[in-house]
Design a binder for this molecule. Structure first.
Ligand SMILES: [Zn+2]
Length: 195
């Protein structure tokens, strides 16, 4: 259900900044040909609505406001996402919704893909979902909720990571911190890719 209106919010500039960072550190390459990473922030305290990157948005430099959609609510049983924006919401919107619903302390959710972090989840002491599930499914949402507790960083098995923060800055900086530690383990230089 889509109301075709572009979200306007001053916080979008900060979200765009973190999208650029994810792109620069190559933290959101396409996953299985379909989904890039997706980043969101809670719209309002005490509500589960949020603003998220639209479907099939590569997190490249020039993102305009119409690359984002506001998710008002989700019907988890029917798999329906109620939004407004000119694009389809990210395929992982239900996942973001479930996390905001279960964790009132979380105001930003950044999801990306990084082989190194997946490979070293154990060593980095990051909780990981028990079983791989296809992206965009209710099964995947359930696997994540199962291990959510009060964690701030999670790995979805054979898929990607989720960073949670009270603020976008917190979720973003935590991601870069963990990526940096991961680079030590993989012997990769910690650097951006477009420099
Ligand atoms: Zn993903």
């Amino acid at each position: 259900m889509i109301n075709r209106k572009v979200p306007e919010d001053t916080r979008l500039e900060e979200l765009k900044y973190w999208c650029r960072q994810f792109h620069r550190f190559n933290l959101a390459p396409p996953y299985k040909g379909g989904s890039y990473g997706n980043l969101s922030f809670r719209f309002k305290d005490g509500e589960d609505s949020f603003i998220i990157t639209g479907s099939r948005i590569g997190l490249k430099d020039k993102l305009s406001n119409d690359c984002f959609v506001k998710v008002l609510s989700c019907d988890m049983e029917k798999g329906i996402v109620h939004t407004y924006g000119v694009r389809e919401p990210s395929s992982e919107s239900m996942l973001h919704f479930a996390i905001y619903h279960h964790r009132k302390d979380v105001n930003a959710i950044f999801h990306g893909h990084c082989q190194g972090i997946l490979a070293h989840a154990n060593r980095l002491k990051i909780s990981e979902t028990k079983k791989e599930e296809p992206y965009g499914t209710i099964e995947l949402v359930q696997r994540v909720v199962d291990i959510l507790n009060d964690e701030s960083f999670l790995v979805m098995k054979n898929h990607g990571f989720i960073s949670l923060g009270k603020t976008m800055k917190e979720a973003g900086e935590l991601t870069l911190q963990i990526y940096k530690r991961c680079c030590n383990y993989t012997g990769t230089e910690f650097r951006t890719w477009d420099e």
